[in-house]
Design a protein around this ligand. Sequence first.
Ligand SMILES: NC(=O)c1ccc[n+]([C@@H]2O[C@H](COP(=O)([O-])OP(=O)(O)OC[C@H]3O[C@@H](n4cnc5c(N)ncnc54)[C@H](OP(=O)(O)O)[C@@H]3O)[C@@H](O)[C@H]2O)c1
Length: 331
Amino acid sequence: MSKTILFKNRPAGKPVTSDFEIVTEEAPDPKEGEVLLKAQYISVDPYLRGRMRDEESYIPPFKINEPMESMVVAEVIDSRNSNFEKGELVSGMLKWKELQTSVGTGLNRVDPDLAPPSAFLGILGLTGLTAFLALDKIGNLRAGDTLVVSGAAGAVGSVAGQIGKIKGCMVVGIAGSDGKVSHIEDKFGFDKGINYNTTEDMAEALRKVCTDGVDVYFDNVGGEILDAVLQNINKDARIINCGAISLYNETKMPTGPRPEGILIKKTALMQGFLVRDHVKDFGRALRQLSNWLEEGKLEYDETIVEGFDKLPEAFIGLFEGRNVGKMIVKV
Ligand SMILES: NC(=O)c1ccc[n+]([C@@H]2O[C@H](COP(=O)([O-])OP(=O)(O)OC[C@H]3O[C@@H](n4cnc5c(N)ncnc54)[C@H](OP(=O)(O)O)[C@@H]3O)[C@@H](O)[C@H]2O)c1
C-alpha cells in the first residue's frame, strides 16, 4: 500500500491541515519503460501556496482532489527503464506519494558522494540555484556594496547572504526572531541582523545599520519590509523581487506607498525573478555552489520534519517561521 496527499480545499488566508487529505492506495506496478520510485525527502516551498489559488500563473494551479506535488528525492526501487537502475537516487517534480511510477522524464540523478541526498532539495537544488542566479542575473554585486536580504534565515535568504559575503559586500539580514538574527550573524557571517517582529520603524533601523545606503535588496517577503528598504536605496540600486511571502495568504491585496518616485529619483532597477526561466544556467550555477561548499565558503541549514503525514504541517510551518534553512520532510 502507499499513501498520497490530496489537495482538498482552496484556502482563504493561511492554509490549514484540513485543506489536505491523506489517502491510502494500492502500490502501483511499473509498466515497460517506467521506474517505481519510493520518496525519501520531499520539499515544501512557499510558492506552493500560489498554486492553491485558482488563478493563471507561471505554473498551473493544483486541482481539487488531485495529489500535491513538489521537488522530491526518491529511490528507484524497481526499474523497467534502461536509463535507471534499481537502487539509484533521483530528484524531480513528483507527487506527494510514498510510491509512484515515472517514465523518467525530468528526473535527475542524485550523487550521494557529492552531498547528502536532502541537499539536492536545498543548497544544490532550486534553493541554491535561486539565490545564486537571482544575484547573478539582477544583483550585479560589487565588492563594497551593501546587500540587504529578507527571509534571511530561510533557505534562499541564508544562501543569498553568504554569496554577498563571498563577493565582498556588507550584508544585512532581516528575519523573524532574535534567535534567527544571532544565527545568521554567527553561522552565516551576516554583518548585522534585524528582527522585523520587534522593530517598530524598519526604515529607521535600516538607516542606522546601512550607513552607506542599500545597493542591492534581495527581497523574499515583499510588503512593508520592501517599502522600508526602498526608503534607503542608493542611486542605481538593484531590487530583486524573488518572493513576497508576507502577501501569499492575503485575501485582499494591501496597498502601500507608491515606489515609482523613489525608483525614478534613484534610477533604481526593480525586477522580478523566476528560477525556472534560467534552466540553461543551472549547470554553471551548480558547479559554483558545489565548489563553494567543498571549499567551506558556504554553509546550509535544513529543518527536517519526520514522517510523510507531516507534509501539510511542515508546509504551513513556512508561514509561521518554523524553519531555519530549507524545510524538508523525511518520508
Ligand atoms: N522566484 C523564484 O524563482 C523563487 C524560488 C524559490 C523561492 N522563492 C521565494 O523566495 C522566498 C523564500 O523561499 P524559501 O524556500 O527560501 O522559504 P524560507 O525562507 O526557507 O521559508 C519561509 C520563511 O519566510 C518567513 N516568513 C513567513 N511569513 C512571513 C511574513 N509574513 N513576513 C516576513 N517573513 C515571513 C519565515 O521566516 P521568519 O521567521 O524570518 O519570518 C519563514 O521561515 C519565498 O517568498 C519564495 O516564494 C522564489
